[in-house]
Design a protein around this ligand. Structure first.
Ligand code: FAD
Length: 413
C-alpha cells in the first residue's frame, strides 16, 4: 500500500521504518526541516521500561497540590479558557484511584518492555548509533521521607519483575561516583540497572536515514492542513505544498494529533504538557553521571549522552505554546547545579510538549475511519515506547496481529 505517515518525530519515524520493512511504499510528511525537531529533539534520554507508568497515581493530587507552591516547583498549572484542558485534568484525577493506576501501569509496562526488546533487535540488526548507554537509572532521594516512599515503589517493581536495588547514601556514590561532588547529601537511591539511555534526536535522524534506504520518502517543510475523506475512508491529506494521496494514513503528530483528529470527529483526550531541558558539553574531568540519575526532589532527570549531559524535567500544563517561562528552566538548573555543580549548561533552555493521555497509555491502531490509524499519546515515555509502538502500528496497518496484547491501547478504550 501507499502509506502516509503524518509527523517525523521519533514516533512517526519508527512507524515509517517498520512500515517500509513490512513492504509498504511510505511517505512521511513533516512541517519541520528534518526529523525529531520538536518534542523528540532534547528529551531526558531515558529508555526506561522500569519506570514506565502513569503520572495519574494514588496520592498524586495531594502531591501535585503541594508541589505547585514549592520553591523550584516541578509542576505548573496555567489554566486556559480551553474545555479540553479542564476535561484532561478531570480525567487525570479520575485515573488516580488504585484500581485504575494498577491497570494503566500494567498496560504501560507491557508496551515499554516490548519496545525495549524491539530497540535491542533494531540495534543488533542495523548497528544504529545514538550515544546509547546501558548503565541503568538511579533514582535519588534527598530525604528520609522520599526514601520511605521508595520502599512502596519497590513492591510495584517486584510485581512487574523489574530488577532493582535500594541503596543507602554510600551505595548511591558507588553507582554514580561523580555525585561525591554534589552540593547536597542523599538519604539513598533506587537503582534500576536494566534501564537504558540514548539521544532520541540522534536515533531518529539515523533511523530516518535507514528508512530512506528502505525506500521511505520524507517531505520536510510541508505543513499538513487537513485530512481528506471520501465517505468514511481517508484518501490522503492537504498540505502547504498541495494534496498527497494515500491508501492508508498513520497520524503521529505528537500533541497536535488531538487537533487534527477532532477535525474529522475523532476526540482523543491528549493534551500537551510542557517540559524543559539543558544540555552541557563535558570535558574529560568534569564530574558527571556515568549513566542517568533521576532527582526525585525536583523530578529532574540527568543523563549522560556521550560527551554531553542533558538535564530535563518540569510538567507545565498550560496549552500548546512553546514559550520559555523563567520558573521551569530554573527548576531544571537548580537540580543540575546541586547534583553536578561543575557542569556548564547551554545558555538557552529547550522546551517540548509531551503528548499526554490522562490515564497514561498511548492510542495505537484503527480509528473508526477506514485506513486512518493513530500512533499517539506516548506522553513522558515516547522515546521508551517508540520502537514497540512503531512496530505494532506497522503490524496493524499490514493486517497482522501485533506481538503483544492490544487491550488498553485502542481508540475508544
Ligand atoms: C522535558 C521532556 C523530557 C522527556 N524525557 C523522556 C525520557 O527520558 N524518556 C522517554 O521515553 N520520553 C521522554 N519524553 C517524552 C518524549 O520526548 C515524547 O513522548 C516523544 O518525543 C513524542 O514523540 P512524537 O513523535 O509523538 O512527537 P514529536 O516529536 O513532537 O513529533 C510530532 C511531529 O509532528 C509534526 N507536526 C505536528 N503537526 C504538524 C502538521 N500540521 N503538519 C506537519 N507536521 C506536523 C511536528 O513538527 C513533529 O515533528 C520527554 C519529553 C519532554 C518534553
Amino acid at each position: 500500500m501507499r502509506v502516509l505517515v503524518l509527523g517525523a518525530g521519533v514516533i512517526g519515524t519508527t512507524s515509517a521504518y517498520y512500515l517500509a520493512r513490512a513492504g509498504h511504499e511510505v511517505t512521511v510528511v513533516e512541517r519541520q526541516s528534518g526529523p525529531a525537531l520538536e518534542t523528540s529533539f532534547a528529551n531526558a534520554g531515558g529508555i526506561c521500561p522500569g519506570f514506565a507508568g502513569p503520572w495519574a497515581a494514588p496520592g498524586m493530587p495531594g502531591k501535585i497540590a503541594r508541589l505547585l507552591f514549592a520553591r523550584h516547583a516541578p509542576v505548573a498549572l496555567r489554566p486556559q479558557l480551553d474545555p479540553y484542558q479542564w476535561r484532561w485534568l478531570a480525567l487525570f484525577l479520575k485515573n488516580c484511584g488504585a484500581e485504575r493506576f494498577a491497570r494503566n501501569k500494567a498496560r504501560m509496562q507491557r508496551i515499554a518492555h516490548y519496545s525495549k526488546g524491539c530497540l535491542t533487535e533494531l540495534r543488533a540488526e542495523t548497528g544504529i548509533a545514538f550515544d546509547h548507554g546501558s548503565g541503568g537509572v538511579l533514582q535519588l532521594f534527598r530525604t528520609e521521607e522520599e526514601l520511605a516512599g521508595a520502599a512502596k515503589a519497590t513492591r510495584v517493581l517486584e510485581q512487574f519483575g523489574v530488577a532493582h536495588c535500594l541503596l543507602d547514601g554510600k551505595g548511591v556514590l558507588a553507582v554514580e561516583p561523580a555525585l561525591g561532588d554534589a552540593a547536597i547529601t542523599f538519604a539513598g537511591g533506587l537503582h534500576l540497572s536494566e534501564d537504558e539511555t540514548g539521544d532520541c534526536h540522534k536515533f531518529t535522524v539515523a533511523l530516518a536515514q535507514l528508512a530512506r534506504l528502505c525506500g521511505v520518502t520524507f517531505r520536510f517543510d510541508t505543513r499538513i492542513t487537513g485530512l481528506r475523506l471520501d465517505g468514511n475512508r481517508v484518501v490522503g491529506v492537504t498540505t502547504s505544498a498541495g494534496k498527497v494521496d494515500a491508501d492508508a494514513s498513520v497520524i503521529a503528530l505528537g500533541s497536535e494529533a488531538a487537533l487534527m483528529l477532532r477535525s474529522v470527529g475523532i476526540d482523543l483526550p491528549i493534551y500537551p504538557v510542557k517540559g524543559y531541558s539543558f544540555t552541557a558539553e563535558l570535558d574529560a574531568d568534569t564530574p558527571a553521571p556515568r549513566s542517568s540519575v533521576m532527582d526525585e526532589h525536583y523530578k529532574v532527570m540527568i543523563t549522560r549522552m556521550g560527551r554531553r549531559i542533558r538535564a530535563a524535567g518540569v510538567a507545565e500544563i498550560g496549552g500548546y505554546d512553546l514559550a520559555i517561562r523563567r520558573s521551569g528552566p530554573e527548576t531544571v538548573l537548580a537540580s543540575l547545579r546541586e547534583l553536578f555543580p561543575q557542569t556548564i549548561p547551554d545558555a538557552k533552555p529547550w522546551a517540548g510538549l509531551r503528548p499526554m493521555t490522562p490515564d497514561g497509555p498511548p492510542y495505537l491502531g484503527a480509528t473508526g475511519i477506514t485506513n486512518l490509524y493513530v500512533n499517539v499519546g506516548q506522553g513522558s515515555n515516547g522515546w521508551t515506547q517508540a520502537c514497540g509502538c512503531g512496530r505494532i502500528v506497522a503490524d496493524i496497518v499490514s493486517g497482522r496481529r501485533p506481538e503483544i496484547d492490544m487491550d488498553g491501547f485502542q481508540v475508544g478504550r
